[in-house]
Structures are given as structure tokens and as C-alpha cells.
Design a protein around this ligand. Structure first.
Ligand SMILES: NC(=O)c1ccc[n+]([C@@H]2O[C@H](COP(=O)([O-])OP(=O)(O)OC[C@H]3O[C@@H](n4cnc5c(N)ncnc54)[C@H](O)[C@@H]3O)[C@@H](O)[C@H]2O)c1
Length: 345
């Protein structure tokens, strides 16, 4: 397949690009290169004849039309987004522009292209979204694909809006779409403003490790390379118009996750041990969702997919990767906003 991946210079998009190229697909990586992007994430495939890069902004419809016309993709995997909840609290406008208006532009560009090609049945528009659209759970229960939407942050509201647009373009215009909603990802190439890399890098530098609120917020942790594998499967075998929840089957409280990371660091960098002495509880994020959990039944029974690594194993690999790849993360520490507390409203 020739796949147009949007946001392929970001964390998850680059994992998709690397995996798709390694499996023999052709990939066109479309990315605006915002603060969160890094072309180093795809350096391993940049020389491949099956890889092309287009710097373009999904807010720019004419640029999208040019990319569709030039590359004529068989499928779109749409990951480009503003993705950091804390930034969405400080500046929601960019989230509406990229996640809502940008997705609308991409849907319209895809629809025009698909229509111009004679509406091939095999064409796919795969929209990658988050479990955060479902809101916050109590102590029990899990999100299924039928859980009503209840987003509570500007980020999750903008993603929910984009999901609704994608479904509407399927129902109204027949665009062959697939949707996926996944839980929190972690792994190599994660931008150092998100919890897991913040913990690793602060601990490594002997700096305080901030944990929001009481640390009791629960997430279902999904290793990014497992996610990329699930995404390609949903693209290839998912039913048109259907959505699939993708989880890691690894629920953990933030404080327990942080302690696991510290334990791996104690083993790999004993000089700084015990790293959990650096943990500090800080003012909570406004509107912080308490618990997310994914019911993976649909993807497991219909597509036969399960995650391949436990959170213990995935974190061990991730910590080791950060220790081995200082040349990757060091320059990112100078990017705007990194290392500062954001989103306190
Ligand atoms: N990270 C997670 O845990 C998680 C969980 C569930 C869903 N998601 C979703 O997966 C997708 C990818 O997330 P991520 O963590 O890799 O994000 P990221 O912030 O690491 O990467 C986003 C990429 O999109 C690009 N981008 C942003 N605005 C753009 C625009 N206007 N035009 C073109 N490109 C633009 C950025 O340059 C960047 O390369 C997002 O849609 C996100 O909502 C992420």
C-alpha cells in the first residue's frame, strides 16, 4: 500500500512510519514540523526508496490537495494533532485549529481525491484518536466502543470533535473510514514533556520528579510499537465505518508507574539510587481525568490482536533507550515550554 501518514515526525506517527516501511509499504510522511516533531524519529527509514517526506500543514487545504495529487495514496493514517493536554489548557486555540479544522481539511482533501479516482472501495481514511474522548471513569468499568463521548479537556474535546467529523464523512459521503481510540502510549522517541520521559530525564539529572495531585490517576499503558502494530492491522483488516479501542492491558496508577521507572533506573544507573527520593507531589492539573481503562474485546475477538509486552518490560526497554540515546533527547530540552510546568490555568 502507499500510505499517507500525517504527523509522521511525532511520537506515534514515527513509530507507524518506521513499521510500515519495514513491512514493505510505501509511506508519505506529511508533517508541519511543530515543536513536537523531530525528523530524527524517522532517520532510520529516510533513505528508503519507499519513504517520502512532505512538510505541510493540515490547516492548509491547498497544500493537502497538492500532496494527494502528487502521491496518489491508497490510504491515509491521520495522526497529526496537537497532543499535550497541559498545552491545551494554556492555549486551546491551536487544538481547535489543528485537531478540528485540520481534520476537516484533510477529510475534504481525501474526499475530493477519492471521488476523483472513481471512489475505489479499497481506499481507507484511518483516524487515530484517544480514549480521552470517553471522559473519566470511577474505580470500576472500562471504555467500550459504545461508551458515550464525554470529553473534559480542550484536547479531548477537540479530538472528540474530529472523531465526529470522520464518522459524519463516512455516513454522509460514504468515505471509507476506520477509527481507533487508544490509551496512553509510552516508549522510545517520546517527546520530553510527557510523563514517562519527564520522569526518566528528571531522575537522571537528579531533579525533582513532579507527580500531579495524589498520583492516584490511572492510565492503561500501551507500548508505542505495539500500538503501531495494532494500527496497521486495523488499517488492513478493520471493517469500514467501525471503530476499535486499543489498550495495553496494563492499568497502573501514575505513582506506581513512576516508582517502576525509578526502580529500572536504580538498576541501570545505581549511582543515583534510590531515584524515588526525588518524587514530589505537585498541584493537580485542572479537570484531571481520574481513570481511563480500555475494554479490548473488539480488537481481540474481531482482529485477533493483543499487546506483546507488559508495562514492566516496555518500561525497561524505554528507560534503556533513553539512557542510550542522549543525542536524541538532549537538543529537545531547549524547545519552547519543555521543562516548565504548563496547564495550571
Ligand atoms: N501519545 C498518546 O499517548 C496518545 C494516545 C492516544 C491517541 N493519541 C493520538 O495519536 C496521535 C499522535 O500522537 P503523538 O503522541 O504522536 O503526538 P505528537 O505531538 O508526538 O506528534 C504530533 C505530530 O503532528 C504534527 N502536527 C501538529 N500539528 C500539525 C499540523 N497542523 N499539520 C501537520 N502536522 C502537524 C507535529 O509536527 C508532530 O510531528 C494524535 O492524534 C493523538 O491525539 C496519542
Amino acid at each position: 500500500m502507499k500510505i499517507l501518514v500525517t504527523g509522521g515526525a511525532g511520537f506515534i506517527g514515527s513509530a507507524v512510519v518506521r513499521l510500515a516501511v519495514s513491512r514493505g509499504h510505501e509511506v508519505v510522511n506529511l508533517d508541519a514540523l511543530t515543536y513536537a516533531a523531530n525528523l530524527e524519529n524517522v532517520a532510520g527509514v529516510a533513505e528508503s526508496p519507499r519513504y517520502a517526506f512532505e512538510q505541510a500543514d493540515i490547516r492548509d487545504r491547498a497544500a493537502l490537495d497538492r500532496v494527494f495529487g502528487k502521491h496518489k495514496p491508497d490510504a491515509v493514517m491521520h495522526l497529526a494533532a496537537e497532543s499535550h493536554v497541559d498545552r491545551s489548557i494554556d492555549g486551546p486555540g491551536a487544538f481547535i485549529e489543528t485537531n478540528v479544522t485540520g481534520t476537516y481539511n484533510l477529510l475534504e482533501a481525501a474526499r475530493a481525491f477519492w471521488t476523483g479516482q472513481g471512489k475505489p472501495e479499497g481506499f481507507r481514511f484511518h483516524h487515530i484518536s484517544t480514549d480521552e474522548v470517553f471522559g473519566s471513569l470511577g474505580e470500576t468499568g472500562q471504555f467500550t466502543e459504545d461508551t458515550p463521548y464525554d470529553p473534559r479537556s480542550p484536547y479531548s474535546a477537540s479530538k472528540a470533535a474530529s472523531d465526529h467529523l470522520v464518522r459524519a464523512w463516512h455516513e454522509t459521503y460514504g468515505l471509507p473510514v476506520v477509527l481507533t481510540n487508544c490509551s496512553n502510549n509510552y516508549g522510545p522517541f517520546h517527546f520530553p514533556e510527557k510523563l514517562v520521559p519527564v520522569v526518566i530525564l528528571n531522575a537522571l539529572h537528579g531533579r525533582e520528579i513532579p507527580v500531579y495531585g495524589d498520583g492516584g490517576n490511572v492510565r492503561d499503558w500501551l507500548y508505542v510499537e505495539d500500538h503501531a502494530d495494532a494500527l496497521l492491522l486495523c488499517l488492513e483488516q478493520g471493517a469500514v465505518g467501525r471503530s476499535y479501542n486499543i489498550g495495553g492491558e496494563n492499568e497502573a496508577r501514575n505513582i506506581d508507574l513512576v516508582r517502576m521507572i525509578c526502580a529500572h533506573l536504580d538498576e541501570l544507573r545505581p549511582a543515583g539510587a534510590p531515584h524515588d527520593r526525588l518524587i514530589r507531589f505537585v498541584t493537580d492539573r485542572p479537570g484531571h481525568d481520574r481513570r481511563y481503562a480500555i475494554d479490548p474485546t473488539r480488537i481481540r475477538t474481531e482482529l485477533g490482536w493483543r499487546p506483546s509486552v507488559t508495562v514492566e518490560e516496555g518500561l525497561r526497554r524505554t528507560v534503556a533507550w533513553y539512557l542510550d540515546n542522549e543525542a536524541w533527547w538532549r537538543p529537545l530540552l531547549d524547545r519552547e515550554g519543555v521543562g516548565r510546568r504548563l496547564g495550571t490555568a
